[in-house]
Design a binder for this molecule. Structure first.
Ligand code: BGC
Length: 569
């Protein structure tokens, strides 16, 4: 049975009690390296038409894994392979509770929502000729209609990792015959995209073909940790990526040729990338190699010239010689394919969470080559970077500004949509409802995005918080929580509870940044040194605790006031 939104939003009194209960558990992080100039708070606002959004993905929130005729995806298969694993069988049950999710967005004043469509919920086997699951189509129509009725624009991802299992079984998924121009998987992805444009494109104006192809290729077909768990570290990721890029181009051209004139929307792709900062000046080239081998692998063909980055091609040619191979493990695009791929992004979608330090390790000969060794680099983290719950997530706000500037310079100043950014907490008891560290993360990262926009003239048009809800965090299951809203996964009704960060985010959206003189900006100023794990006194060269205490004091006062204000607003 579907619950209503009002069931799902915790009552004010309970929330404040919960706040009082957990306030004592706020953890003060250890000192970090604050740079007075680089990390200073920028006051001002984003451009007026700036897009504030939050995101989710089908397998991570929908549940209803086998209702109606939905077919299994590769994630369903993996989740059911062993009994001790968390599954997405129910997840947040958004298949039934989407009206409640929409009310959460409305509460926060969000006008955009990024979600993904599950391919096997639409075509159970991935192929239209085998049948369409009308209930699945109805579900997405209802979701889109409900969003529009609440004045929220949908931004839709076509592929967020849940490949129909049948396509893996029949064609090897994205390994399918990767060197020809008539590969089945390209056409099938094209058919699926066309069906979505046909059925939803009258209301959906933002399409993202693939989410994080780097992860799909590397984890799914190279390292083999993610489904379909194909392990071929020397070549698998390069073959899969080749197919994904061509499938993306196909979906782009279908929109361009058949729908753009009537529907007037945009099609892009979302690439994930950490910022890579050189550990020493001698590691500068290695840091560029790090970015070219991750984001550049996909962005260079799509946004630059239809081909892989030069440094990737020369490195891989050298590797082939060292390994005694006649051809590179990196496949080649034909001239026709290059022309087909080049320019197939109306916007550049970016998922960014963290930064790594890069060390040059060139050029130790390797016996068993892999993507990891191909790059000839090592990665690490500075000792003073604070950490989130996810082992890979270090909090380095200035990294996003550098990365945005790099994209502007490298890819000809495209419109950039930040399609994900966020921070995880551990799943713990009592729950972290007063999620100060997430508030700090959003505060610091969005301020750096504003610096990119207002100081560096980067055309960054959107910022999307990951995630609207705590959800199924892939191999980590429900042990890591990224949500602005808490979901009780032991409660069959999957009640949602706003965390303090959702209140902060609401104020951020309402202020469209950090306007000079606003109450919100004053609050942020009080929090600034706390969030950077230092004190104003330390920054100014003094020692002593007074400043820290006063900043904490204002923190404890300000947040409950904001919560109370928001709940009565
Ligand atoms: C993915 C999300 C994932 C998040 C945190 C992103 O790159 O798109 O699905 O939950 O990373 O791991």
């Amino acid at each position: 049975m579907s619950a209503t939104a009002s069931d799902s939003i915790m009552e004010t009194g309970t929330f404040v009690n919960c706040f009082l209960l957990v306030i004592s558990l706020v953890i003060i992080p250890v000192n970090g390296g604050y740079d007075k100039e680089r990390d200073a708070l920028l006051k001002g606002t984003f451009p007026q038409d700036f897009i504030w959004s939050s995101a989710t993905a089908a397998y991570q929130i929908e549940g209803a894994w086998n209702v109606s005729d939905k077919g299994p995806s590769v994630w369903d298969t993996l989740a059911h392979q062993d009994n001790n694993r968390d599954t997405g069988d129910v997840a947040c049950d958004s298949y039934h509770k989407y009206p409640a999710d929409i009310q959460l967005m409305k509460q926060m004043g969000l006008k955009y929502y990024r979600f993904s469509i599950s391919w096997p919920r639409i075509f159970p086997t991935g192929e239209q000729q085998d049948g369409v699951n009308q209930d699945g189509v109805d579900y997405y129509n209802n979701l889109i209609n409900e969003l529009k009725a609440n004045d929220i624009e949908p931004m839709v991802t076509l592929f967020h990792w849940d490949l129909p299992q049948a396509l893996q079984d029949r064609y090897g998924g994205f390994l399918n015959n990767h060197t020809t121009n008539t590969t089945v998987i390209h056409d099938l992805f094209g058919d699926y995209a066309r069906f979505c444009y046909q059925n939803f494109g009258d209301r959906v104006k933002y399409w993202i073909t693939f989410n994080d192809p780097w992860i799909i290729a590397l984890e799914g077909y190279g390292i083999g940790n993610f489904p379909p768990k194909h392990r071929d570290p020397a070549e698998g990721q390069y073959k899969a990526a080749h197919n994904i890029i061509l499938s993306h181009a196909k979906a782009y051209h279908i929109y361009d040729d058949e729908f753009r004139a009537a529907q007037g929307g945009q099609v892009g792709i979302t690439l994930n990338c950490d910022w890579g900062t050189p550990k020493t000046p001698a590691d500068a080239d290695a840091a560029i190699r790090y970015i070219q081998f991750s984001m550049g692998w996909f962005a260079h063909p799509i946004f630059k010239n239809g081909d892989y980055p030069e440094v990737m091609k020369t490195t891989m040619t050298r590797k082939a010689q060292e390994e005694g191979r006649t051809t590179s493990r990196l496949p080649e695009f034909t001239p026709e394919q290059k022309a087909y791929i080049s320019g197939t992004g109306d916007f550049f979608g970016l998922n960014h969470y963290t930064t790594v330090e890069v060390i040059d390790t060139c050029c130790t000969p390797i016996e068993n080559p892999s993507y990891d060794t191909d790059k000839d680099i090592g990665t690490g983290h500075a000792p003073d970077w604070p950490r989130a719950a996810s082992s890979w997530l270090y909090v380095v706000p200035w990294g996003i500004r550098n990365l945005l500037g790099w994209i502007k310079e490298e890819y000809g100043d495209p419109d950039i949509y930040v399609t994900e950014n966020g921070r995880s907490d551990h799943d713990q008891d009592p729950a972290i409802m007063m999620d100060m560290e997430r508030i700090c993360y959003y505060m610091m990262y969005t301020n750096e995005v504003m610096k990119a926009s207002n100081l560096d003239s980067v055309k960054v048009k959107a910022y999307t918080a990951w995630s609207l809800l705590d959800n199924f965090e892939w191999l980590s299951g429900y042990s890591e929580r990224f949500g602005l809203h808490y979901v009780d996964f032991n409660d069959p009704t999957r009640t949602r509870y706003p965390k303090a960060s959702s209140v902060f985010f609401k104020q951020l959206v309402r202020n469209n940044g950090y306007p000079e003189g606003s109450e919100f900006t004053k609050y942020v100023e009080n929090m600034w040194y706390f969030c950077h794990n230092t004190t104003e006194a330390e920054v100014n060269g003094y020692t002593g605790g007074a400043s820290q205490i006063s900043s904490l004091f204002s923190l404890f006062l300000a947040i409950p006031m904001m919560i109370a204000y928001s709940l009565i607003a």
